[in-house]
Write a protein that binds this ligand. Structure first.
Ligand SMILES: [Mg+2]
Length: 228
């Protein structure tokens, strides 16, 4: 399998989102008078995960998710701080939390040096993702940044994949590949759009057998170069 048009996920594929999230949540907790510890982080994760699954199922909008996660979080940690303020502070800090994984920059440099077209396909908040990409040093190697909030549609909906292929001027989706760490968003998007997927699986989780669009699996970003 050789590919020229690459649609690459951002969070937990190129960026260490967990680190950015810890940084942002710590700022929220400090402002809301809540102790920031492992328990607070876990509570937040549970809430956020369940709301993201709802978003992926089309049961929730991203704007709603942004605030609802703090309505729920502040309730469980017994804070009467304003959830809308917390949400705003979180997003502001998230945008400053730019932590790349070690192979991210060289992967994109390598893909572009070999003549590939690189699109970033990310479910996220436009201002946050643009800010982090600006800080990252990746932008010279990115042909297009396709962000769910801006497009009004999120992975795994096939329409965001189709939009990215259009922006990248990909003439034939057989030339394209979707890369990402998430089965429910990235690999499901590959399936929905009938585009080949490569699962980035650094934790070596078992690969499900029921998605025929997962054509390959890599545990390191550099291993992707064999598919150019
Ligand atoms: Mg991801």
């Amino acid at each position: 399998m050789k590919k020229r048009f690459w649609l690459i996920d951002a969070d937990m594929t190129l960026f260490d989102y967990e680190k950015a999230e810890r940084f942002a949540l710590e700022a929220v907790c400090a402002a809301c008078g809540v102790a920031f510890n492992q328990e607070a982080l876990e509570r937040y994760h549970e809430i956020n995960e369940s709301l993201w699954r709802k978003l992926e199922r089309g049961e929730m909008t991203q704007d709603r998710l942004r605030v609802e996660r703090f309505e729920r979080f502040l309730r469980v940690v017994d804070s009467d701080a304003d959830p809308a303020d917390a949400a705003e502070r979180f997003v502001e800090h998230l945008g400053k939390g730019c932590y790349l994984f070690p192979q991210s920059l060289s992967l994109l440099q390598n893909l572009r040096a070999r003549g590939c077209t690189v699109g970033i396909l990310t479910n996220g908040i436009t201002a946050v993702q643009k800010s982090r990409f600006r800080l990252s040093g990746l932008m010279p190697y990115v042909n297009a940044l396709v962000i769910s909030q801006e497009e009004g549609v999120s992975k795994p909906d096939r329409r965001i994949v189709e939009r990215a292929l259009e922006v990248l001027r990909c003439p034939d989706k057989a030339d394209a590949v979707i890369v990402g760490d998430s089965l429910t968003s990235d690999m499901q998007a590959a399936r929905n759009a009938q585009v080949d997927g490569i699962w980035y699986n650094p934790k070596r989780l078992p690969c499900p057998a029921d998605n025929p669009y997962i054509r390959a699996e890599v545990t390191q970003l550099h291993d992707l170069i064999q598919f150019v």
